[in-house]
Design a protein around this ligand. Structure first.
Ligand SMILES: [Cu+2]
Length: 119
């Protein structure tokens, strides 16, 4: 390759990296769903973070397990929502269509509790 070809090749490579970064940013910052809102709760170090969130009716809450051991997301009544055991980086989501306070816990580690307030 001559100098000009090498320059073009590296410019194309950089363009590809920039495009990949743009796509990545777009997908991770997608907070707004069809109904207007999405919210994320992380599970890490044996706790839900944030431990309490307030969302509007119709919001889909996504839980993602960032811990290296399995956890579950189970509503206190054990029927409103109940995830399977989530491995590392597994996700669970639930759309809250009614107002109220939803306390939940991890059925594997029942001391892990948190809540979602829907207004
Ligand atoms: Cu757990």
């Amino acid at each position: 390759m001559n100098r000009k070809q090498r320059y073009l090749a590296s410019a194309m490579l950089l363009g590809g990296v920039a495009a990949a970064l743009t796509v990545g940013t777009r997908s991770t910052s997608a907070k707004v769903g069809d109904d207007g809102t999405k919210s994320e709760v992380k599970i890490d170090n044996f706790s839900f973070a944030p431990g309490e969130i307030t969302v509007t009716k119709g919001t889909t809450v996504n839980w993602v397990n960032r811990d290296d051991i399995p956890h579950t997301v189970v509503s206190d009544d054990k029927t409103t929502f109940k995830s399977k055991p989530l491995d590392t980086d597994d996700k669970f989501s639930y759309t809250f269509s009614k107002e109220g306070t939803y306390t939940y816990f991890c059925s594997i580690h029942p001391k892990m509790t948190a809540k979602v307030v829907v207004k």
